[in-house]
Design a protein around this ligand. Sequence first.
Ligand code: SF4
Length: 317
Amino acid sequence: MDENKYYRVYSTYLKNKYGEKVYKLPINVPTTCPNRDGCVGTGGCIFCGEEGAGFESLSNELSVRSQLEKNKEYISKRYKAKKFIAYFQNFTNTYMSFEKFKSIINDAIIEDIVEIAISTRPDSISDEYLKFLKDISEENNIEISIELGLQTVNYHTLKKINRGHTLAELIDSVIRIKKYEFDICVHLILNLPWDSEDDVIENAKVISALGIDQVKLHSLYIVENTILGKMFKEGSIEIISKEEYIDRVVNFISYLDKNIVIQRLIGRAPEENTLFVNWDTSWWKIKDEILDMMEKRNIIQGEKCDYLNGKALKRFN
Ligand code: SF4
């Protein structure tokens, strides 16, 4: 099945943008997160394991450059790859002194890097850092993209999952980043136990209204030794079924602006130390089931995105 028929696929977007397949090289920087070290919160998000989000990365004891060179060598040989994205993946990659930030970014500028992708939190974006990135981008002809962890637009749920920020910080960071014309990707979890189908639709609508460029969808995975893990074991939270998750993803896509690129329909997680992940089903099977559902229901991205630019005025057309 050609998934491009149903939604805007990230790999196709990259291929069109850079003229060939582009590979991400994950970078693991020894940093932390303001929601773990007491700056805005302690203990982190209730689902966060100790490794942050980057279980596939190399050790952070290696320098940024060594990690990039090692991964680049491996991927170049294996896939004959020629263009790469330096991907700062774990924790909050802008949460550090300006000097340190400049140093890690400068270290990532090596041959064949066409883009630097920086994963961070909405409360860790400032004009000073963005201005520096703009200069780097122009001087080196490298694109910049910023990935913002949000998980949901429901600010009541954000409180419940102890995000340490609300929707306002996301809106502020998006307005700021847009001034510098970098691509913005937002991470969302579509089956948070406190969110309903309506919240999922609102996610799509807010992301579309803000003119976000890309989204990454995940299902919730539950790790041992986390607050969420404890809640799961006690039976105080309920996880929706795989079928309901698929239904939510399909609904989300139908409300999402057709110009938004979708990086992922479902996340991947390590199985060790995990109490619940993807209904014990491989991510690619769930992805296939989502596409099957879209085909069966004849749904394509953005078909319900009629709510922007004065919906009520359309009756006079
Ligand atoms: S923002 Fe990311 S790294 Fe920080 S606590 Fe939450 S999930 Fe963990």
